[in-house]
Unconditional design. Structure first.
Length: 256
C-alpha cells in the first residue's frame, strides 16, 4: 500500500511539475479576453497613452523629441457624447501641444498647434454618427493566439504576454524599410504587460524591440507604449476650452 501511495504521489508530483513548467496559461488568455470585452463595453473613462523611443546611441535631444502622448476623457452615456483628446510631444524637456480634438453638443472641434482651429457640426442627436467599437476587430481567438506566444501568465491581477516574433508576419516592416531606403527592418521583441482592476484594464505596457539595417550596419531601438485608464464608467468632468475662436470648417477638408 505504501508503494502504491508513493507511486500515486510521484505521478501527481510529475503532473504538477509539468503544469508549472508550462509557459502559456489559459487563465491569462481568458482574463485578457474578458478585459477586452469589458473595454469595448465601457461608456466613460479618462485615458492616457504615451510612447517613447530609446536606443543605445540616441542623444538627449533625440530622446526628448521621441516622447509622444495622448490624454483625455470621454462620456458616451448621454444623448450627446462628449470627448476630449489632446496630443502632445516633448522637445528639450518641454511639452508641445500638437493636436487636440473635442466633441461637444454634436459638434467636432479640432485644434492644430493653435494655428488652425475649426469646428464642424455633426447634426442633431438623432442624425449624428454613433461612437462605437467593432467587437469583431478586437477578437483574439485563444487557440490562434497561442501559436504566436512564448509565454502567457497571470500573477494576481497582472497578465504578461511574450510573443515569438519569428512567427509574426513582418511583411509590412519590409515595406516600411523599402519606403525609408533601408535594407531591412525587423521586430526582435514583443512583450505586453496588462494590469487589471475589477476585470477592467487599468494599465498596459507594450514593449517593441526593432532593428534597422542599412549597408550592413544595424541600429536597434526599443519602443515602449503605455496605456492607462481611470474613472471607468463614472461621471466625467471634461474641461473643454473656449470655442469662441473656432471657425466653421464646412467648406474645408481638415475635419473630413
Amino acid at each position: 500500500m505504501k508503494k502504491l501511495i508513493s507511486l500515486v504521489f510521484c505521478v501527481a508530483l510529475l503532473f504538477g511539475l509539468t503544469a508549472c513548467g508550462s509557459k502559456i496559461e489559459d487563465e491569462a488568455l481568458d482574463a485578457l479576453e474578458t478585459s477586452i470585452a469589458n473595454l469595448l463595453e465601457m461608456k466613460s473613462s479618462t485615458f492616457h497613452i504615451d510612447m517613447k523611443v530609446d536606443a543605445p546611441d540616441i542623444t538627449e535631444e533625440q530622446a526628448n523629441a521621441s516622447v509622444f502622448a495622448i490624454h483625455g476623457a470621454y462620456d458616451l452615456r448621454t444623448a450627446n457624447p462628449m470627448l476630449s483628446m489632446e496630443m502632445e510631444m516633448e522637445a528639450e524637456g518641454e511639452k508641445i501641444p500638437f493636436m487636440a480634438m473635442y466633441l461637444k453638443d454634436n459638434t467636432l472641434y479640432m485644434n492644430m498647434m493653435d494655428m488652425i482651429k475649426q469646428k464642424q457640426s455633426l447634426g442633431t442627436s438623432e442624425t449624428a454618427p454613433q461612437i462605437s467599437l467593432e467587437k469583431d476587430s478586437f477578437e483574439l481567438p485563444k487557440e490562434e493566439m497561442k501559436e504566436y506566444l512564448e509565454k502567457a501568465s497571470l500573477d494576481d491581477n497582472v497578465i504578461t504576454l511574450e510573443f515569438d516574433t519569428t512567427k509574426i508576419d513582418q511583411s509590412e516592416l519590409k515595406e516600411m524599410a523599402k519606403a525609408n531606403g533601408l535594407d531591412s527592418v525587423r521586430l526582435g521583441k514583443l512583450e505586453v504587460v496588462v494590469t487589471l482592476k475589477d476585470k477592467h484594464i487599468e494599465k498596459a505596457e507594450l514593449t517593441l524591440g526593432i532593428s534597422a539595417t542599412l549597408k550592413e550596419e544595424t541600429e536597434s531601438a526599443t519602443v515602449t507604449m503605455n496605456f492607462a485608464l481611470d474613472k471607468v464608467n463614472t461621471d466625467q468632468e471634461i474641461d473643454f476650452p473656449d470655442f469662441s475662436d473656432y471657425t466653421d470648417a464646412a467648406d474645408t477638408a481638415v475635419l473630413e
